[in-house]
Design a binder for this molecule. Structure first.
Ligand code: NAP
Length: 552
């Protein structure tokens, strides 16, 4: 590698608000702030919410909880932190997670570097000074060398364009924008629209409080039991003792889970053995139904159909009304084609006399009016409507931040046909801009691979600084290659186009696969290559050299 020029004093950098500005105080942003400060950068964070937590701040609806094991979702960068925190349950509920994230922020003294209740309205790159000017909704202008958007993939709630949504006179809530003041459901007539992971979590929890609960289901989902349990003191001690071993398993798992992969295909077993195995899966925790199931479950139609029929039979056994049970059994997709939800008492809730289902495939939505919801079966009146209708996945937040890179290029234009990235952290034309935890990351246990991306981004910034550069921008060829890999992965992905992972839930959004199918192993492999080659996939330069670039 050619020796970089000696660093020179840079007038413009003295006027900077800081070296690094992180946007978003979710799991990824908190870690990014911690890592950037630990690496010696002057780093600050802005967050739209009035509290920290990101997803775990906004999604405070009743019943919200992890479906990754708490201790595998938690930060693993500090053994002391791991040792001092006790997760009460295998799958912690939202208040516990919010409490944990606040604890982390205070324990590592990060709060004083955060501005809460502040949204970014625009971020513009200035090529000459190689800085970003970030404008926030309170009118402030922040100038930073490096901008890191840790704005998440599930952070922009999606409301379907149903006529009359604004006309409803009762209270409306979106699960992803839940208010801090608890909602009083007692004695209320409540509608829940949507039966994805959020809808199926809130439904059984509020069913006992409300006067009536009407579930508006467009597509049924393959829900299986979460199988949550308290963590006993003995288990807690074992977790602490096994910390390093657990980290090792998580680091080598494709999706960042502890569940061991099975070693058999469905056809290795007899029908009777398969039944017994499916029963074991049904009783196993969370995502093990995906990670530890038959190795060919997601790609072998017959095996998948048999598992689906097993679940369907479970639903028929739980739901007393046979016609209702049939409505709750998916008919339009295989298990794993969409991200499966995990539930506690969901199907059981439909046995309560105050809970009913409106199947929107049979009787589609017509409009919302001031009293309630009209479908082709007629009108039902409500006090509260809950929109559990999902998110603008992957690109939603980044496309709403008014980001403009070199030569005024808008990110929205650059990504008009879908995101283009390298490693899911940078895109060409937007120097000094990183977005760990954004599109093209892996699928699975989010904090694990988002953390990898934070580590990579921080290491890259450190390399840039320590080698006397102040500009880093991914090479177009590296971006093309990674994006092509993501697109190719879509062909073999278990998820189908009905999944929001393709953006298909948002009208007008390009149909592009938004995940890296290679998971963490692919990410690690590529990161290793980048580091071994001295960041050859990136163009590094010094702003004071008028844009001279080290050629990759
Ligand atoms: P989602 O999975 O996208 O589900 C949205 C629901 O709204 C679907 O049932 C969808 O029906 C329905 N819907 C959308 N537009 C509609 C319309 N026009 N009319 C009627 N129904 C409509 O969203 P989500 O449930 O919020 O979950 C999103 C993701 O967040 C999850 O997959 C998961 O990754 C994460 N999450 C995680 C947890 C956890 O960790 N425990 C909990 C909640 C959420 P269709 O299926 O027909 O489109």
């Amino acid at each position: 590698m050619t020796k970089p020029p000696e660093p020179a004093p840079d007038e413009s950098s003295r006027r900077l608000t800081g070296d690094v500005l992180v946007v978003g105080a979710g799991v990824t942003g908190i870690y990014q702030l911690y890592r950037a400060r630990e690496a010696g950068f002057s780093a600050q964070l802005v967050e739209a919410g009035d509290g920290v937590g990101g997803t775990w701040y906004w999604n405070r609806y009743p019943g919200a909880r992890f479906d990754s094991e708490s201790y595998t979702y938690a930060y693993l960068f500090s053994k002391e932190l791991f040792d001092e925190w006790e997760w009460p349950e295998v799958f912690a509920e939202q208040p516990e997670t919010e409490r944990y994230l606040n604890h982390v922020v205070d324990r590592f003294d990060l709060r004083r570097h955060m501005r809460l209740g502040t949204s970014v309205t625009s971020a513009t790159y200035d090529e000459q000074s190689a800085t970003w000017t970030v404008v926030t909704d309170d009118g402030s202008e922040l100038r930073t060398r490096f901008l890191v958007a840790a704005t998440g993939v599930l952070s922009v709630p999606f409301f379907p364009d149903v006529p009359g949504r604004e006309d409803f006179r009762g209270d409306s809530y979106h699960t992803g924008l839940w208010p801090e003041t608890p909602v009083d459901f007692v004695g209320k007539r409540v509608a829940v629209i949507g039966t994805g992971s959020s809808g199926v979590q809130i439904i059984p929890v509020i069913a006992d409080q409300v006067a009536s609960l009407t579930v508006y289901q467009r597509s049924a989902n393959w829900c299986t039991p979460l199988n949550n349990a308290p963590i006993t003191p003995e288990e807690q001690a074992q977790l602490r003792a096994g910390f390093e071993a657990m980290r090792e398993v998580l680091n080598t798992s494709v999706a960042g889970f502890l569940h061991p992969a099975h070693d058999r295909t469905a056809s290795d077993d007899s029908e009777e053995e398969r039944r017994a195995f499916f029963e074991k899966m049904w009783n196993s925790p969370g995502f093990s139904k995906l990670s530890s199931n038959y190795t060919d479950l997601l790609f072998n139609d017959a095996a998948n159909a048999e598992w689906c029929e097993f679940i369907a039979q479970k639903i028929r056994n739980i739901v007393e009304d046979p016609a209702l049970a049939e409505q709750l059994i998916p008919k339009d997709h295989r298990f794993g084609e969409k991200r499966p939800p995990f539930v506690t008492g969901y199907y059981e809730a439909f046995n309560k006399p105050n809970v009913s289902l409106v199947d929107l495939k049979e009787t589609p939505l017509v409009r919302i009016n001031e009293r309630g919801i009209e479908t082709t079966e007629g009108e039902r009146q409500f006090d509260i409507v809950v929109w559990a209708t999902g998110f603008d996945f992957g690109t939603g937040a980044l496309m709403r931040m008014g980001i403009r890179g070199r030569d005024g290029l808008a990110l929205n234009e650059h990504w008009a046909d879908g995101p283009k990235t390298f490693l899911g952290v940078q895109t060409t034309g937007f120097p000094n801009f990183f977005f760990p935890g954004g599109p093209h990351a892996a699928a699975g246990n989010n904090p694990r691979y988002n953390g990898d991306q934070v580590d990579f981004s921080t290491d890259a910034l450190t390399y840039v600084r320590d080698h006397g550069y102040d500009v880093i921008e991914v090479d177009a060829a590296a971006e093309d290659k990674w994006t092509a890999m993501v697109d190719r992965g879509a062909v073999d992905a278990p998820f189908g186009e009905k999944s929001y992972f393709f953006g298909t839930n948002v009208p007008g959004k390009p149909r592009k696969y938004l995940l890296n199918s290679g998971g963490r192993p692919k990410l690690f492999k590529e990161i290793e290559k980048v580091i071994r080659s001295d960041y050859k996939s990136f163009r590094l330069s010094r702003s004071s050299d008028g844009g001279d670039r080290r050629q990759g």
